[in-house]
Design a protein around this ligand. Structure first.
Ligand SMILES: CC(=O)[C@@H](O)[C@H](O)COP(=O)(O)O
Ligand SMILES: NCC(=O)COP(=O)(O)O
Length: 251
């Protein structure tokens, strides 16, 4: 099975923000990614707007609606009141809830579903009322009980946090072990009716193993490694390389 690829634009926005100038253009690069066959665009607007700015969201929504109506907009973040307002305004196809602290450099863990059950139930219900698919960034390798709670709070999907997997790039045995654990978790999640996404520190090299272990991987969202490759190969060619690594057939 092939996974869909959503291109995370945070790293492009971070490069743009080095100067008070509009390039590289977040929507311009997003357009190249979608034209090369990415299935969607992901943004993770952090409260300090150090990467994606809140003002980036409307043009990305417009780009998708006007030129790529089958693509998906995925907005990630901590469900603060401000975040939920942004989501309501820019109407993504998918909202991925992440337990980030504003001081974090990047996401380094997912939800403990047991500890945040009440809050997640409330937020998932609100997001469903507004018509959004909800994915919950999952901590570690969740066990069956944690996955049952994720389902019970109303998640449509979970996103497996692949930071520890990405960190094994020099260690084949560790990579195989973690991919196997994630694969078994994904199977349980699927049996409970949860879709499975994955993300963080994925690369063109580590994706094929993950795709092999997670039969029903719906989508991967990738920013850092993909942007690094785009400097070398260009965005369009990079998207094609990552799509192949996702198991997609690419002309
Ligand atoms: C939720 C997640 O996994 C992150 O990878 C995130 O979207 C990346 O965010 P930054 O690019 O801001 O580090
Ligand atoms: N959800 C993960 C994501 O969007 C991108 O993470 P990374 O590839 O920038 O580590």
């Amino acid at each position: 099975m092939a996974a869909l690829l959503s291109v995370n634009l945070n790293a492009i926005a971070m490069l743009r923000n080095r100067r008070d100038l509009p390039w590289p253009s977040v929507t311009g690069i997003g357009r190249i990614a979608l034209a090369a066959g990415a299935s969607g665009l992901t943004v993770h607007p952090r409260p300090d707007q150090r990467h994606i700015r809140f003002s980036d969201l409307a043009p990305i929504r417009e780009l998708i609606d006007a030129e790529f109506p089958h693509a998906e907009f995925n907005i990630e973040g901590y469900p603060s009141a401000d975040f939920l307002e942004l989501v309501a305004e820019h109407r993504p196809e998918q909202v991925t809830l992440v337990p980030d602290d504003p001081a974090q450099a990047t996401s380094d863990h997912g939800w403990d579903f047991r500890a945040h059950r009440a809050m997640l139930t409330d937020v998932c219900s609100r997001l469903h009322d507004e018509g959004f698919r909800v994915s919950l960034f999952a901590d570690g390798v969740p066990d069956r009980e944690a996955l049952e709670i994720a389902r019970a709070v109303g998640a449509d999907r979970i996103e497996l946090y692949t930071g520890p997997y990405g960190g094994t790039h020099a260690d084949e045995a560790a990579a195989e072990r973690i991919a196997g654990e994630l694969g078994r978790t994904a199977e349980i999640a699927g049996a409970l009716g949860l879709g499975v996404n994955a993300g963080h520190d994925l690369t063109v090299d580590n994706l094929p193993r993950l795709v092999r272990h997670i039969q029903a991987l719906a989508e991967v969202s990738i920013g850092h490694g993909l942007t690094a490759d785009a400097l070398e190969y260009g965005m369009a060619e990079t998207v094609r390389r990552f799509r192949r690594a996702c198991g997609q057939t690419v002309d």
